[in-house]
Design a protein around this ligand. Structure first.
Ligand code: SF4
Length: 412
């Protein structure tokens, strides 16, 4: 039987951005809420500190205090392997506030020696924060929201930064002593030719990052309200109109050519693909994201944040007012939780997550797990093939990475 586990990582959501990008579906409040006299950052910080305390106390009650014998099994309660500050734009936090948050997590949940502490950071001059102060506070890894090195594409996406800002930002985090530098790029951008996209990729590689995440731009056009789950915010009408125009200018075939280009260019530049959308130099895979792909327990705090205890997914309300009001009253925020999956459902989910990664799965074990029909379909249609370094394993082919949803829908 699968039982709840103590968290190995913590996700901390910081919902503030200087301005709202029209394609964004993250839980974000922007403009006056994020800076100036009406900024809500102060109230957020008091609330999130409270949530760290309350969630840590709940974990202690369930599993035992840090370093003590685990109440739920063998071994001792271990400190976190990873802390991820995501958003939003966490680099907007005042430097002393960032340091206080990391210290609080270290104090309440523990951070293992050598734990990965990631800060998402935007490259704009008024968004990137002070990298040196962040490293002093304990940040080891910066994940920089580059998206494109094409100035027109950045403007079209509503981004505040330019390619020059990106170069300055990467130089600043390197000079600050970051252990690992990751950059995010978007593919399948509207009105960007394959040639322009290739030039942007070359400029991104020239920045010499340690890690690259490349996601196809997905444009949800059904977001006029927040939905029943309350874990996302309504999409403004102007953003919905932008998305409709942008979706019409996307090109699936061009997106596929971009992935093929990535698959040639990144290995040639020293990056290994290790997950459908992620490439890394040796020793620089994202430990935090690997926890999600291993279906490990990850705690989460902040509005709209999703947590998993190994059995059940739980989320906080995305509504900043509701989230904050509960915490200021000393209570855990409103939110929801999924019903736990059956053992078979959990095994299917783990198989899909494992297949996302280049390590793939041991073929015979996966076949015995009741997924033979779907896996044989994947093999006979060229989506799965033997792992080049271990013939007992199978992994997604390039075609499989392009068409993974067709395979995954046959598994879950
Ligand atoms: S900067 Fe990032 S998180 Fe903020 S609105 Fe734009 S895409 Fe969303």
């Amino acid at each position: 039987m699968i039982t709840p586990q103590p968290p190995r990582g913590l996700y901390l959501h910081v919902p503030f951005c200087r301005s709202l990008c029209p394609y964004c579906d993250f839980v974000v409040v922007a403009g006056a809420a994020a800076f100036g006299p009406r900024s809500r950052i102060g109230g957020y910080l008091r609330a999130v500190e409270r949530e760290i305390d309350l969630r840590a106390a709940a974990v202690d009650r369930s599993f035992g205090a840090l370093g003590s014998a685990l109440r739920t099994g063998d071994g001792t309660r271990a400190p976190l392997e990873s802390l991820y500050l995501g958003g939003g734009t966490p680099s907007l936090l005042p430097e002393e506030a960032l340091a206080a948050l990391i210290a609080r997590v270290r104090d309440r949940f523990g951070l293992a020696n050598g734990a990965e502490v990631t800060l998402e950071c935007n490259p704009g001059v008024d968004e990137r924060g002070d990298a040196r102060a962040a490293v002093q506070a304990g940040v080891t890894r910066f994940s920089i929201g580059v998206q494109s090195m094409n100035v027109d594409a950045l403007r079209d996406l509503g981004r505040r930064h330019t390619p020059d800002d990106v170069s300055e930002c990467v130089a600043a985090v390197r000079a600050a002593g970051a252990t690992s530098v990751s950059i995010d790029l978007l593919a399948d951008l509207p009105n960007v030719s394959l040639e322009s996209w290739a030039a942007s990729l070359s400029d991104a590689i020239a920045l010499d990052p340690d890690h690259m995440s490349v996601y196809a731009l997905t444009l949800a056009t059904d977001g006029a309200d927040a939905g029943d789950a309350d874990d996302r915010l309504a999409t403004p009408a102007g953003a919905l109109a932008w998305r409709a125009r942008a979706a019409a200018a996307q090109d699936e075939e061009r997106g596929a050519e971009e992935l093929e280009l990535l698959d040639r260019r990144l290995p040639a530049a020293g990056f290994d693909w290790y997950e459908i959308s992620n490439w890394a130099r040796e020793g620089h895979t994202s430990r935090h994201n690997r926890l999600y792909w291993q279906r490990a327990a990850v705690e989460a705090v902040g509005p709209g944040a999703h947590a998993f205890d190994g059995v059940r997914r739980r989320w906080n309300s995305a509504n900043l007012d509701a989230w904050e009001a509960s915490l200021h009253a000393g209570e855990l925020p409103p939110g929801g939780a999924d019903e736990p999956l059956s053992e078979e459902g959990a095994a299917a989910e783990l198989l899909v997550l494992s297949l996302r990664m280049s390590t793939g799965v041991v073929r015979d074990e996966a076949m015995r797990g009741g997924f033979g029909e779907a896996l044989r379909w994947g093999e006979s249609n060229g989506l799965l093939a033997p792992h080049p370094d271990d013939s007992t394993r199978i992994q997604l082919t390039l075609r499989g990475r392009l068409l993974s949803n067709e395979l995954f829908s046959r598994i879950v």
